[in-house]
Write a protein that binds this ligand. Structure first.
Ligand SMILES: Cc1cc2nc3c(=O)[nH]c(=O)nc-3n(C[C@H](O)[C@H](O)[C@H](O)COP(=O)(O)O)c2cc1C
Length: 336
């Protein structure tokens, strides 16, 4: 049994999100209370070709453990080789296999959610990877290909037979993308159908969601994605709610601004790329953090052109000054 999924635990996972859950963001979420992390998905072929960019995606710090590296691909033997390479480089706590990605580039090569339509191939991928590595192997999947083909229970049983030690289920089909609501009834059916732990994923944004899902289904943990992207404090908020039954106050403007600064400083400190490139790559991230802030629209406008850390300092300082001047604020468009 994976130590973080023992029966007395109920871990909060940070969901893997390509372009979002890099090593810096993972550190911030860990500090704010996330228990388990999974890197964004990396291609098994990219690992085998020693592609530097792919390797960069598997970077992590020991403080982020327990951590899994997520692989996608359609050839179990090659994926097993890639998994062994990653273990030689980095010794992650587990390897996670992606059976959920809906992106055409991945699906067209039989990877990600495409394997939900081909159970024999899916089983061979799971079996080969589990056989190849000395660390536990887990899987992340969707509920099925489309509403006519919801086969998560069958797939989960197969994965369990292949030696997979835990499964995260995102309660949407491939066809849904991110639309509609996650189907927690299917997640509950999967949790009841297998002995290995099931982690529920989809639309969790606060402590009450976790309390309800935990009470109504047999999931042994939850995984949080988009809510963390705009509000990484969600982990702290959930912990507070589960411990006290009371909602913690949302992170205030000073705390949000401090996190924006730190995120940029950490990204700048870790890179060999120039400040301009890093600050450009931070634009969307900074914009994400303004959701629900008074004056958020104005801030997003400013962040959309940001080119330096100094500029960030100026924008934040100016915003705090304007905040105390209602007349100025009303001219800057205060909708969140
Ligand atoms: C920008 C973005 C990138 C994602 N990348 C990955 C990925 O690399 N691997 C994966 O298994 N899921 C990926 N997902 C799916 C999430 O892990 C998660 O299953 C999904 O967002 C549903 O959870 P949520 O409702 O908490 O956001 C991604 C989602 C988003 C929004």
């Amino acid at each position: 049994m994976l130590p973080w999924l023992q029966s007395d635990r109920f871990p909060l996972y940070l969901a893997p999100m390509a372009g979002v859950t890099d090593v810096v963001f993972r550190s911030l979420c860990k500090e704010l209370g996330a228990d388990v992390m999974v890197t964004e998905f990396v291609s098994a072929e990219g690992i085998l070709q020693r592609d530097d960019r792919t390797r960069h995606y598997t970077e992590f710090d020991d403080g982020q453990r327990p951590l899994g590296v997520q692989l996608f691909g359609a050839d179990g033997v090659r994926m097993g080789e890639a998994a062994r390479k990653i273990i030689d480089w980095k010794q992650p706590d587990f390897i996670d296999i992606n059976f959920g990605c809906p992106v055409n580039k991945v699906v067209s090569k039989n990877g990600g959610s495409s394997l939900l339509r081909n159970c024999p191939l899916l089983a061979s991928v799971a079996r080969e990877v589990a056989r190849a590595v000395p660390v536990p192997v887990t899987a992340k999947m969707r509920t099925g290909w489309d509403s006519q083909n919801i086969n998560a229970v069958e797939v989960a049983r197969l994965l369990e037979d292949c030696g997979i030690q835990a499964i995260a289920v995102h309660g949407r089909t491939k066809a849904q993308g991110y639309s509609g609501l996650a189907d927690w009834d299917v997640i509950a059916q999967v949790a009841d159908a297998v002995k290995i732990p099931v982690v529920g994923n989809g639309d969790i944004s606060g402590g009450q969601d976790v309390e309800v899902r935990r009470a109504q289904t047999g999931v042994r943990g939850v995984m949080i994605g988009r809510a963390a992207m705009t509000n990484p404090w969600v982990f702290r908020e959930i912990r507070h709610y589960l411990a006290t039954g009371v909602h913690a106050p949302a992170a205030g403007i000073e705390e949000r601004f401090a996190l924006m600064r730190r995120h940029c400083q950490m990204a700048l400190a870790r890179t060999t790329r120039g400040e301009l490139e890093i600050m450009r790559s931070m634009r969307t991230r900074l914009m994400n953090y303004t959701k629900s802030l008074p004056g958020g629209k104005h801030l997003r406008g400013r962040f959309s052109h940001i080119t330096s850390f100094m500029e960030l300092e100026d924008i934040l300082a100016e915003h705090l000054t304007l905040r105390h001047d209602p007349e100025e604020c009303s001219q800057t468009g205060q909708s969140a």
